[in-house]
Design a protein. Structure first.
Length: 116
């Protein structure tokens, strides 16, 4: 499975960005796709995840500001990020895991910088 992420960039506090991640290869029909982020000096953390059935999970720090969605026909997951804060600055990675399964696949990461 290969994951190609896009959509990062520099945005001012309060602004918005939309990340996209397309999966290709041997995609299992039942799966979970998600977004993680890693800031300098910190561990990678889950931002949001969504199952192929549409169930979602969010980190408390992004609830109400970020929305994860997906297009199953295109094996693509999106992360709409609104009301961005400087503490959202990180490299964002998309992930894929088939269900059942234990292996996570990762995209190449896309930088999100929130700064005035």
């Amino acid at each position: 499975v290969q994951l190609q992420a896009s959509g990062g960039g520099l945005v001012q506090p309060g602004g918005s960005l939309r990340l996209s991640c397309a999966a290709s290869g041997s995609i299992f029909k039942i799966n979970v796709m998600g977004w993680y982020r890693q800031a300098p000096g910190k561990q990678r953390e889950l931002v949001a995840a969504i199952t192929s059935g549409g169930s979602t999970n969010y980190a408390d720090s992004v609830k109400g500001r970020f929305t994860i969605s997906r297009d199953n026909a295109k094996n693509t997951v999106f992360l709409q990020m609104n009301s961005l804060k400087p503490e959202d600055t990180a490299v964002y990675y998309c992930s894929y895991r088939q269900v059942p399964g234990t292996r996570d696949y990762w995209g190449q990461g896309t930088q999100v910088t929130v700064s005035s």
